[in-house]
Design a protein around this ligand. Sequence first.
Ligand SMILES: Cc1ncc(COP(=O)(O)O)c(C=O)c1O
Length: 391
Amino acid sequence: MLNHNDDQPLIYMDNAATSWPKPPAVAEAMARCLAEASANPGRGSHAMAVRASRVLFEARKLLAKLFGVRNPNDIVFTLNATHALNLALQGLLKPGDHVITSSLEHNSIRRPLEALKRTRGIEVTYVPTDAKGNLDLNQVEASFRNNTRLVAVTHSSNLLGTILPVGELGELAHRRHAKLLVDAAQTAGTLDIDVTSMHIDLLAFPGHKGLMGPQGTGGLYIHPELDLEPLMHGGTGSRSESPEQPTTRPDRYEAGTQNTVGIAGLAAGVSFVLEETVQKIHARENELVGKLIAGLNNIQGVKVLGPGPGEPRTAIASFVIEGVDPAETAFILDQQFGIAVRAGFHCTPLGHEAAGTTETGAVRASPGYFTTDSEIVSLVAAVEEISRAFR
Ligand SMILES: Cc1ncc(COP(=O)(O)O)c(C=O)c1O
């Protein structure tokens, strides 16, 4: 019934988790850094240490350009988006603070908030969305309290692909004397982000998704007037005589040796994004996900979650096949068709509650900039075959 050809090349549709493949320049930059600039950045004045420091600064400059950040030192490196979100939430929130967030959040926002509820007595309001992931701004506005310190939201749902109106949320937050934290895990490199015009105070981003860098990279933009308590204390190579963490950025938030090689790769990924342009990348991904959704919608018994055809979204198509366990669908896609997707709850039980898929979970297919039209056709044909087999 189902054909499997072991020689067929992998069709990678899991870019929402980590993008793959990377532009060749990423691996080249990493190899070059390892060979020529792999001394300890910020820890010495010899030539190779200076080259390593320069690698970090060049990456900061490129990221600042991408996000409209005036001072590159307001961007600090982290291991991933989760690390950046923890730095933002744990560094900002004090006992008694109230946070407004959405019911679409990834566990990377939900779990730190739930932990801070327990450990610091913060209060959290999860504003519900509709099944497509749309957030009602009036409901957000009605959730403000006198002690609301922060609005913390994802820019795009990693389950539904819905894009949240972060600019409006930022305006609203500032009107109510609160700050805005944006989780750009699904949008950095694939949707326009400008921290000033979008009123973003804190922007957490991974390096390994839309920015096309390697795993182990990410970062946080911190508004220049906002002082966060560091998540980690330790050596920075600066003000070594002081027992206190330096107040200057980025050192204040970058204790310990940085992932210089990974950041060299990230810089190459960001250069690629800047050269191609975010607009072109978004347009291409939008075209691919549009074709995928149109194909899936034509299959009997398949339900695609999230915004309807033609409505704005990121390149995520989550779906369920009636009567087929999503884990089984993903297993068959992998084993019999060589197609990599992700099944289950995607670290967002809240998103599944909103979508009404708490019982089943879903299959998530996420094309990337390098996905081809024929790979989309292959995925649709494979899903059609699976759904027919289980009818
Ligand atoms: C919306 C969202 N937030 C946060 C994360 C966590 O990103 P990272 O794996 O870089 O920590 C993800 C990853 O899938 C995500 O989709």
